[in-house]
Design a protein around this ligand. Structure first.
Ligand SMILES: Nc1nc2c(c(=O)[nH]1)N[C@H]1C(S)=C(S)[C@@H](COP(=O)(O)O)O[C@H]1N2
Ligand SMILES: [Mo]
Length: 216
C-alpha cells in the first residue's frame, strides 16, 4: 500500500497551516492550490458584437456599455482569498477589472438614495444579491482578468464579479464566493432585497464566511 503523502499534498497542508495560524482560514474550510470550477448549467458563449453590461434600477440614468466601452472604464486590481460554501478556499488570488465603488465615485453610476441592494444578473438567468455597502467595498470587483490573464470561459469570461477576503481588512464583510456571478451582464440597484439563485435554493442570504452562514 502507498502510505506516503505526495509532495503536492505536503505542500498544501503546509500552506493551509500557515493560513490557519494567520487567521485566514474560516471555520470548516480547507485550502486548495488548484482553482476548482463550480457553477450550475452550461458555459455561455461570448459574442463581443452583442455583449453588453447594463446598470439599471435605482440609478439616475440607466447605462449600457458594449465590450469595447467597458474596457475603457477605470481599472482596479485586488488580491483576495476566495471561500466557496462547498468548503474549498484559495488564497492570494489576483484580480483585475472594474470597481463599482470607483464607478460611483467617478460618476459613471449615479445612485438614487433609494438604492440599498444590488442584484447581479448573469447569463442564463443566474442571479445573486448583496447589500449595496458590500458591493461598494474594496473586496468586490467586476473582474475581466485573473493572475494577469483574461478570464477563462469556465471562470466567467468575459466578465464576472468576485468577492473575497482581504487579510489586512478585517473591517470588510466577506460572503462566500457564490455571491460573485460569473458571465455577469447587469447590476440592478434596488430598494428591497431579493434572494438570488442559491439564496432561493436554501443558502444563507448574508453568507458570512466567519460565521459559517452556509444555509438559511
Ligand atoms: N453565473 C454563475 N455564477 C456563479 C455560479 C453559478 O452557478 N453561475 N456559481 C458560484 C459559485 S457557488 C462559486 S463557488 C463560484 C465559483 O467560481 P469559479 O468556478 O471561478 O471557481 O462562482 C459563483 N458564480
Ligand atoms: Mo460555491
Amino acid at each position: 500500500m502507498y502510505l506516503e503523502m505526495s509532495f503536492g499534498e505536503q505542500n498544501r497542508r503546509q500552506e493551509e497551516e500557515r493560513l490557519r495560524l494567520d487567521g485566514r482560514l474560516p471555520p470548516g474550510q480547507s485550502l486548495t492550490l488548484k482553482f476548482p470550477v463550480l457553477h450550475y448549467g452550461p458555459i455561455p458563449p461570448f459574442d463581443p458584437a452583442t455583449w453588453d453590461f447594463r446598470v439599471r434600477g435605482e440609478v439616475e440614468q440607466e447605462r449600457a456599455w458594449d465590450w469595447s466601452a467597458f474596457n475603457q472604464l477605470p481599472r482596479t486590481q485586488v488580491t483576495i482569498d476566495l471561500h466557496c460554501v462547498t468548503r474549498w478556499s484559495k488564497a492570494d488570488t489576483l484580480w483585475e477589472g472594474v470597481s463599482v465603488r470607483v464607478l460611483v465615485e467617478q460618476g459613471f453610476i449615479r445612485l438614487k438614495p433609494a438604492a440599498r441592494y444590488v442584484i447581479q444578473h448573469a447569463e442564463y438567468g443566474y442571479t445573486t444579491n448583496l447589500p449595496l455597502e458590500v458591493v461598494l467595498q474594496e473586496n468586490f470587483l467586476l473582474a475581466t482578468h485573473f493572475n494577469g490573464e483574461p478570464l477563462t470561459p469556465e471562470h466567467g469570461y468575459p466578465l464576472r464579479a468576485v468577492i473575497g477576503h482581504i487579510p489586512s481588512r478585517p473591517d470588510l464583510k466577506t460572503p462566500y464566493l457564490w455571491k460573485g456571478a460569473k458571465w455577469l451582464r447587469a447590476l440592478e440597484f434596488t430598494s428591497q432585497d431579493r434572494p438570488g439563485f442559491w439564496e432561493r435554493a436554501g443558502y444563507h442570504n448574508e453568507a458570512d464566511i466567519w460565521k459559517e452562514e452556509r444555509f438559511g
